[in-house]
Design a protein around this ligand. Structure first.
Ligand SMILES: Cc1cc2nc3c(=O)[nH]c(=O)nc-3n(C[C@H](O)[C@H](O)[C@H](O)COP(=O)(O)O)c2cc1C
Length: 155
């Protein structure tokens, strides 16, 4: 399957998870393309104070994995802006993951997933998996492993 891994990463954590997913899915025989969204302007990005400079096009993929960090108890504004300009995703299988620091509920993970899920479904995608990766040291390795395995399972 031709899979696009489209993500934004400010400090590298989301990129690390994307790289591990790329490796796992490639080992399973998929053709994986990792594409990072980039911006102009200062980071961490503030709403309205950046422009998207690399806007990955999901058209050529059979399936997409979207990844992004949580920022200020919500989805990072760069991924929010990317989601707002998505083209139709008719029938494509989609998986979603977010990375976040705090190992607590109610600090933006679920809300961020919902924003990405709703945006994808409104464009006709079928969201088949979603994962929250907790970056706090004690949870990190286990959390990354669970994310990679559960997303890899749907492809
Ligand atoms: C400005 C800012 C706000 C953040 N807000 C939250 C938050 O509300 N909840 C949380 O769990 N982590 C928060 N974090 C931590 C990031 O979500 C976490 O470090 C994430 O893995 C970063 O991903 P990245 O390295 O791909 O940018 C915040 C980080 C920054 C820089």
């Amino acid at each position: 399957m031709n899979i696009g891994l489209i993500y934004y990463s400010n400090t590298g954590n989301t990129r690390t998870v994307a790289e591990k997913l790329e490796k796992k899915l490639t080992e399973k025989g998929h053709n994986v393309t990792r594409e990072e969204i980039t911006i102009t302007g200062a980071t961490p990005a503030q709403p309205g104070k950046f422009e998207l400079t690399n806007i990955p096009n999901p058209d050529g993929y059979d399936a997409i994995i979207f990844g992004a960090p949580v920022q200020a108890f919500s989805l990072n504004p760069v991924m929010k802006a990317y989601m707002e300009q998505l083209p139709p995703l008719d029938g494509k299988r989609v998986a979603i993951f977010v990375t976040k620091q705090l190992p607590l509920l109610m600090v933006g993970g679920t809300g961020s997933i919902s924003i990405m899920k709703n945006a994808s479904e409104s464009k006709g995608a079928k969201v088949a998996a979603s994962e929250i990766v907790v970056w706090a040291e004690k949870k990190r390795e286990q959390s990354i492993k669970k994310c990679v395995e559960s997303i890899a399972r749907i492809f």
